[in-house]
Design a protein around this ligand. Structure first.
Ligand code: APR
Length: 230
């Protein structure tokens, strides 16, 4: 089976009712990113950070995968699919994707502040000040904050290097190292980008641009892959 690698961003979850980061009324509006998504912000005001992610977790509990998530999951019938997502929601898994690499962490997990290797599944939506891990240290959101290393990037690069087909769905490609993943693909393989407003992707070879919302654009991508026997 051919290997399909798909890099996704907040845009794929927009039709599920989850806000993106940099569109109008984006998640970062009204928030100083560094106050809620950086180690300094955590040190300064743990309660504010915990509340920010509790609200996002609550919104995610009510969100369902949309057609774009389901279509990508169904592509596993024809391809060996690896989803590399910047999203911290669990909509790819809920839609049935079986291989999902989360570059920026996962909302429904928490992590020990003293031993980052201790990661826990969360049942509900609330992580409170005082919630402790088994070793007694405060639990933090299992999110990669700005300025922190991206441990899953190595696995993502490994997948991109071996990809026969590469797709980008719903990301502004502004945040590295995720935005640089496409540059690890073999120049000759077919690449797709699906976005309501195609970001600047200068000088990427064999790139097919589909300027549509994710649910429509992923369907068009599927049609093109069938039509051109990709
Ligand atoms: N269908 C397809 N694309 C969409 C849709 C939609 N319905 N709605 C918005 N988009 C596109 C926007 O045009 C934009 O290109 O999705 C992209 C969203 O970009 P961002 O808001 O920047 O989100 P993302 O690229 O995922 O951000 C990357 O930045 O803040 C950090 O860690 C955070 O993972 C996040 C990272």
């Amino acid at each position: 089976m051919k290997k399909l690698v798909v890099l996704t961003g907040a845009g794929i979850s927009a039709e599920s009712g989850l806000r993106t980061f940099r569109d109008d009324n984006g998640l970062w509006e009204g928030h100083d990113v560094m106050e809620v998504a950086s180690p300094a912000g955590w040190r300064k005001n743990k309660k504010l950070v915990l509340e920010f992610y509790n609200l996002r977790r609550k919104a995610c509990l009510e969100a369902e995968p949309n057609k774009a998530h389901y279509r990508l999951a169904r592509l596993e019938e024809d391809f060996d699919v690896t989803i590399v997502t910047q999203n911290v929601d669990n909509l790819h898994e809920k839609a049935g994707s079986s291989k999902v690499i989360h570059l920026h962490g996962e909302l429904f997990k928490s992590q020990s502040t003293l031993d980052p290797g201790l990661v826990y599944e969360m049942e509900g939506w609330e992580l409170k000040l005082g919630d402790k891990c088994e070793k007694g240290s405060q639990l933090r959101p299992y999110i990669v904050w700005f300025g922190e290393p991206v441990p899953m990037m190595e696995a993502a690069i490994e997948a991109a290097l071996q990809a026969d087909v590469f797709a980008v769905v719903g990301t502004s490609l502004l945040v590295y190292p995720a935005a640089g993943l496409i540059s690890y693909t073999q120049p000759a393989i077919p690449k797709f980008i699906v976005d309501v407003k195609i970001p600047d992707v200068a000088s990427i070879d064999n790139l097919i641009k589909i300027e549509e919302k994710a649910s429509t654009g992923v369907a068009k991508m599927e049609e093109m892959m069938k039509k051109f026997h990709i």
